[in-house]
Design a protein around this ligand. Structure first.
Ligand SMILES: [Zn+2]
Length: 211
């Protein structure tokens, strides 16, 4: 397979990943529902190969499972998913905070402030505000500048949204902690202070991911 072809498949795989994960997170597909790979390929007007790629990724992320004779379906959640999600999210966010503390995060303030306003915007739905919160935290983690960290963070947050959609994680928006204030604190923090600050934020009750 040439490099060009491989990139093409990866990008269509990403499209299929977005479509399938959105259907799961919107509740269009519920835990236990079978996944019709052909229907997704037809809907997106793509071949089955990128759908298979997306399914493998979603299995790794914990949203889908494939069993012998039962095929692929939306996975039910397990109790350890919640704990695993919380522990891994905290580990990744605190590691990132040490790297983006101070001027790196200060340089992204305009973009982050607009997200922080959405998180606290009462006119938006809970899901929209949760997504804004996730986009805010993803932008923070990206600012650490370590691609692998960002990649793992996306996965763990996708699992978090799935758990929230299943009703096992509260879909709060962390309103107990003002994100604009958080941003200001992180912009003026040393690595130690930023790590402590983000730990407090992530562990606050009423956020998407309680302690
Ligand atoms: Zn938050």
């Amino acid at each position: 397979m040439s490099v060009t072809r491989s990139r093409f498949v990866v990008s269509l795989g990403q499209k299929a990943y977005e479509a399938i994960s959105s259907a799961i997170l919107a509740g269009e597909l519920a835990p236990g529902d079978p996944l019709d790979r052909k229907a997704f390929a037809d809907r997106l007007q793509i071949s089955l190969a990128p759908v298979h790629t997306a399914v493998s990724q979603l299995e790794a992320d914990g949203l889908l499972v494939t069993l012998p004779r039962r095929g692929t379906h939306v996975r039910g959640y397990r109790a350890e998913d919640v704990r695993g999600h919380e522990v891994v999210r905290l580990a990744l966010e605190t590691a990132a905070a040490r790297l983006y503390a101070g001027s790196p995060v200060a340089s992204r303030c305009p973009e982050l402030i607009s997200l922080s306003k959405q998180i606290h915007d009462g006119r938006l739905t809970r899901m929209e505000r949760s997504r804004a919160d996730i986009a805010f935290h993803l932008a923070l983690v990206e600012t650490a500048g370590v691609a692998m960290l960002t990649e793992h963070f996306k996965r763990v947050m996708n699992l978090g949204l799935f758990l929230a959609a299943c009703g096992v994680l509260p879909m709060g928006m962390g309103q107990g902690d003002d994100h604009t204030q958080l941003l200001d604190d992180l912009s003026h923090a040393t690595p130690d202070e930023a790590e402590a600050r983000i730990r407090t934020h992530v562990m606050l009750k009423g956020t998407l991911h309680p302690p």
